[in-house]
Design a protein. Structure first.
Length: 153
């Protein structure tokens, strides 16, 4: 009986902080993004961006360090996640699901970074993924802004 109680007590900790494909696909507003940050235990970061978050941040020379960063961009109503890639990381799981479930559209360059852009049936906008400097990036691209560009291809 004690084993069952211990397992039940620690089971929620295993999934705590995991960023998942199905949850990212549901984010369609700032309120849903903020609720997701709260539910996963992300911490708000001070700085220029008002909706900048990190999972369990530590600080080195005043700079935040974390395995997961997230940003809501008010100007475009979109999200971006940066996830450090290690042995068992959320980014690779998300990227595999996106590659499997979504239709590849094209490579999109944003600030000298090339994102593989996908149309996902579970998302209301396009999703872009890329890897840079050991981190995986998952970003939301506004459907209306890119629709004419994608349909011209």
């Amino acid at each position: 009986m004690k084993r069952i109680v211990l397992i039940l007590l620690f089971t929620p900790l295993i999934s705590f902080g995991q960023v998942k494909y199905k949850d990212l696909m549901k984010i369609d507003s700032k309120d849903k993004f903020l609720k997701y940050m709260f539910n996963l235990g992300f911490s708000s970061l001070d700085g220029e961006e008002p909706y900048n978050y990190a999972l369990d941040p530590s600080y080195e020379n005043g700079d935040p360090r974390s395995t997961h960063f997230a940003l809501w961009q008010e100007e475009t109503d979109t999200f971006f996640f940066q996830i450090f890639r290690n042995a068992n990381n959320d980014y690779d799981k998300i990227a595999r699901k996106i590659s499997k479930k979504c239709e590849f559209l094209k490579m999109v360059e944003v600030e000298n970074n090339a994102y593989a852009c996908y149309d996902c049936p579970d998302s209301h906008d396009f999703i872009g993924i890329m890897v840079k400097d050991g981190s995986g990036m998952v970003g939301q691209f506004i459907y209306e802004a890119w629709l004419s560009e994608f349909s011209e291809q």
